[in-house]
Design a protein. Structure first.
Length: 258
């Protein structure tokens, strides 16, 4: 793949956006490579958690403006659907995802970070949705995920003003969960990923789906979904082994993940 790199450290897969000369801008070709990268980490049964980051000064600095500049309405719709489908795949990805935001996360880059389950940022990270300054709106889920994550007022302010905010402000408004020095970003993200990878993966993935599906339902429907998801965990060996170890006051060495 020309624009995306996949590596593996133990049970953690690392997807690196690797088009640094263009600040990792999202083009149709980059979308194709990212799709292939997601295919690779999804099919690898040894990968439990995925970390997404960027090479160089940017996480992803946005969609490729050069590609969009000459689009008509039909082409714009197709490009939005392409990006939205990919962000939705990240959103509903079967394995937990962590966005390790190393630099600029603007436009489509901010939307990619928002699609991940957890966001950790370098002190050098910058976030924003600059689209209205270019005569368009966020087209890869930004108007929807941002409002759900930080609230409508904060999302409307960021989108309407096209302001860029730093990592400290992103932490204050709940856009990211942690901010760390640049040199500590990947070690911190990998430590978190490995902690998640050490737990019962059926339960982790079931938790993810319960949260993702439930957030769009009324609380009664969501609680019913949770109860059913909770019940399915009792069919796993992990539940049997972990609870037996707890009752016997001993440490469970390792989950079987089934």
């Amino acid at each position: 793949m020309a624009f995306v790199e996949v590596t593996k450290q133990g049970n953690v897969g690392i997807i690196t956006m690797n088009r640094p000369e263009a600040l990792n801008a999202l083009s149709s070709a980059v979308f194709a490579d990212l799709t292939k990268a997601l295919d690779i980490v999804e099919k690898d049964d040894e990968i439990y958690v995925v970390v997404i980051t960027g090479a160089g000064r940017a996480f992803v600095a946005g969609a490729d403006i050069g590609e969009m500049a000459t689009m008509n309405v039909e082409e714009g719709l197709a490009f939005s659907e392409l990006g939205n489908n990919l962000m939705m795949r990240v959103d509903l990805f079967s394995k937990p995802t962590i966005a390790a935001v190393n630099g600029f996360a603007l436009g489509g880059g901010c939307e990619l970070a928002l699609a991940a389950d957890i966001r950790v940022a370098s002190e050098k990270a910058k976030f924003g949705q600059p689209e209205v300054g270019l005569g368009i709106i966020p087209g890869f889920g930004g108007t929807q995920r941002m409002a759900r994550i930080i609230g409508t007022g904060a999302a409307m302010e960021l989108i309407y003003t096209a302001d860029t905010i730093d990592a400290k402000r992103a932490l204050e408004i709940g856009m990211v969960q942690h901010v760390v020095p640049a040199e500590e970003l990947m070690p911190f993200a990998l430590e978190m990923a490995n902690k998640i990878a050490s737990k019962a993966q059926v339960a982790i993935r079931t938790s993810k789906m319960a949260i993702r599906r439930g957030i769009d339902c009324d609380i009664s429907t969501a609680a019913t979904y949770e109860a059913l998801a909770f019940a399915t965990c009792f069919a796993t060996e992990d539940q049997k082994d972990a609870m037996k170890a707890f009752v016997e006051k001993r440490k469970l060495e390792k989950f079987k993940n089934h």
